[in-house]
Write a protein that binds this ligand. Sequence first.
Ligand code: PMP
Ligand code: GLN
Length: 380
Amino acid sequence: LTSRLPKVGTTVFTRMSQLAAESGAVNLGQGFPDFACEPALVDLVTEAMRGGHNQYPMMTGVPALRAAIVAKIAAIYGHQYDANTEITVTAGATEALTTAILCCVHPCDEVIVIEPAYDSYLPAIALAGGVPVLVQMTVDADGYRVPWDQVAAAVTPRTRLIIVNTPHNPTGSVLRAADLQALADIVRGTNMLILSDEVYEHMVYDGQRHESMCRYPELAARSFVVSSFGKTYHVTGWKVGYVAAPAALSAEFRKVHQYNVFSVNTPMQHGLAGYMADPAPYQQLPAFYQRKRDLFRDGLRGSRFELLPADGTYFQCVRYERISSLPEALFAEWLTSEVKVAAIPVSAFYQRSQESGIVRFCFAKKEETLALALQRLTSL
Ligand code: PMP
Ligand code: GLN
């Protein structure tokens, strides 16, 4: 068999979680909470199962969940989507991202990808036969930034799509209004579409607001906006997400979704629909995670790691040059097996591995987990 994805191996998240387990390390690598979700959410799903919601739901998603998603987006971002034609429930954000890419990228179309980039984008572009055009974020003491002039220079008549991710994995940076303005200036007058990965939309700190494409009608009109309930409600294993996109884009998205997964598990959707009636859980999320972020950052201040800004997501990037000159992948492996704290090398988020001496920690952990990790990290 000739591989469709010859360069793809096991993901860095799986490898580092495996090494963490083998080494008995505190796993601050792969991004997932080590605490339970709200019992009320589990109760709602259980009730849905007991109530008989166990057969195929609609291909596009359970109507009550699509209505709840529309109401949430309208309340927070002021954009009114049509639940019937513009919202599709997906098998996690991963399926939404791949489906969006497959439905609009033709062979030889160019797709602008900003690096470091989440690991699923490039394989999905490869499956579509698209050509990735890579633009690297800059990094200095103020953190990571998108160089919009370089993005503008990367646009050609063949550019079909640009993928943006805010809040950003792995860097924890967030786009500001001026960034979206720069993006709008670039796409105006072109046929470019936007795939906006906003799975960490409810994790923006220090009183800042999330700049969703949905806030800007000009951008929303050409965007697939993707989110994930796994992140928002501490249930990464449920794999339920959604895409919001104008009707014409959603129609094409659904053609691929229909024959990829057809539909997403029914009881989870009913449970999530009921749970979304109360906005408190996602409204409280910034404060909840900001406490963890601050605890982790305060703990690391006494160490030889240098902190980069962490404005959003549940990730903290650090420089380790005062500790080691190892390349990132080897440093992360050493940290996991010898220091017993797992991290993710940021170099894994680049197509051509780029060494910046930076690794990513996930702070979506119980305080005692963070305390144990800090004890080890500050001993270096
Ligand atoms: N995009 C980004 C930036 C992510 O961090 C993740 C979660 N790892 C995903 C997409 C995938 O989300 P899901 O687990 O809902 O498929
Ligand atoms: N999004 C998670 C992370 O960045 C990992 C998800 C996965 O393992 N595919 O750590």
